[in-house]
Design a protein around this ligand. Sequence first.
Ligand code: M5T
Ligand code: MG
Length: 569
Amino acid sequence: MQKIIAYSMNYKTSAGIALCLMLIELIVELVQPLIMAKIIDGGILVEDYSTVALWGSVLIGLSLLAFTAGITNSFFAAHFSQGVGYDLRRDLFAKVQKFTHENFQQFSTPGLITKITNDVTQIQSLLFMFVRIALRAPLFIIFGLMMAFTINVQLTFILVIAVPAFLGFLFWVLKIGVRLFKRVQLKIDRLNTVIRENLTGIRLIKGFNREEYESDRFLHVNKQLMGVNKRALWLMEVAMPVVMLGMNASILLILWLGADKLSLGNIQAGELVALINYATRIMFTFGLFTFLIMIFSRGNASAERISEVLDVEAPSYLEDSEKIQQELKGEVRFERVSFFHSDHPVLHNVSFHAQPGQTIGLLGETGAGKTSLLHLIPRLYEKHSGEIYLDDNPIEVFDTKSLRKQISLVPQDVHLFSGSVRSNIAWGKENAKMSEVVEAAKQAQIHSFIKTLPDGYDTVLGQKGVTFSGGQKQRLSIARALVRKPKILILDDSTSALDAYTEMKLLNSLKTQQCTVFIVAQKISSLKEANQILLLHQGKLIAQGSHEELLNESPYYREVFQSQREDVM
Ligand code: M5T
Ligand code: MG
């Protein structure tokens, strides 16, 4: 909650105005019973109609004032709550963008989505209600009691005992509520996970006839969500009638004792009416309290979840602006580099040297560590020991942003964005010109295909039935990587879906680029032309050299080569 208070301080004027307006509404509500008492005792009962008219008009005037204050309050309350929500979403998003690989492992993706959307909405409702009505509840109870005291001390004692007892009860409910609503948010995370998996894997699900199984999985989570939600709501709903019952009993007691006093002439009828009026209003304020407690429980659970994300410390190496921003030539040198995923060793003492403009092939069985090795170059992972040099400088001295600007990574899992073909390619470089987009598409061997699309480069992905095949997607993401004219290009198994002819044309066009190319491939034919091939086996570099050198020196390489030739024959 502290975080939310800090964010709220940016809107203290709006929040302050809203609170003042709420106070006006409250004061009007508090004096209303007193004026009514005056109308009854000083007007109606003594048949003095000018007093009735006078206090009657004061009552109308005050009601209008409260009405205007209420409307204006909503306006400021909306500005305040929406503003804080906007800031929270902005900062959550910015924080998530700075997350490292390790940070992402800490949070689930659907969980992060729930936090940025639903949890922030809960906070917004909480803040809105807070400046709209929250203070009314406690203040009305306190002032209501004080006013009641001015009317009759003895009778008010009944309320003085009843009210704190019920308040204690409601705080107990609040404690359980926070726990339950935290579970509700966790179930929403789970629901989002299942929906996401179903939507992204829909073809797989249909292909395996697993619709029913998936529906059951979804219904199960949905049911769990309904279960905790119902329990939370039930708790709130039971709390309310319990309090109402108790308060009604207190009012009855006041009436009973009040009637005695009235017959003895110790209290006036109007005063008793005012007293009952305060007691009834306090009772309804308790109703409001229960509602607020529900919103507060939810908001508090959400605030904790949001803070978990905002409290993540961004690694300092990503933010150091004093580091060098020089242009790279493209030389990459690994010296005894080792790397772990958590405690799991992935790379052991890997050393190699790539000259600018060279093509380096990476070969190795699945899980050998190829992707991990390549991700160390743009510092998507941090190495654990050894040194990585770029143009003779240790990688740590470079400003990460400028470093990444000169390295293009085509990840193993192709990712396209919503939008047009053109925007997907131009995404690779800020303000890329159309000519640059076309040039990159030509180099990636995708230009002629784009030309056949209904709207060419302006074709929107996913519309008019335009979807891309695996190989087309790969080439599109290669074009995106080429448009920024990188000094280091990393193709992580990015040509696996291409036919041999297209792949050869692509590799030939890459040779004309002034950049160092790292290329992972399963087929030796894709790597034959590379200046060096790194052969990885269980995280160790077991052989390195050109195709011919490896054929002579490495039995393992020869074996792989033989098996692939047999495949062809
Ligand atoms: C190398 C493990 C993985 C494998 C080894 C990304 C990732 C990997 N690993 C983790 O424990 N946690 C992680 O987050 O690291 O993985 P790789 O570098 O992805 O292997 P590869 O690229 O050679 O394999 P492939 O299948 O892409 O050819 O043991 O479990
Ligand atoms: Mg890989």
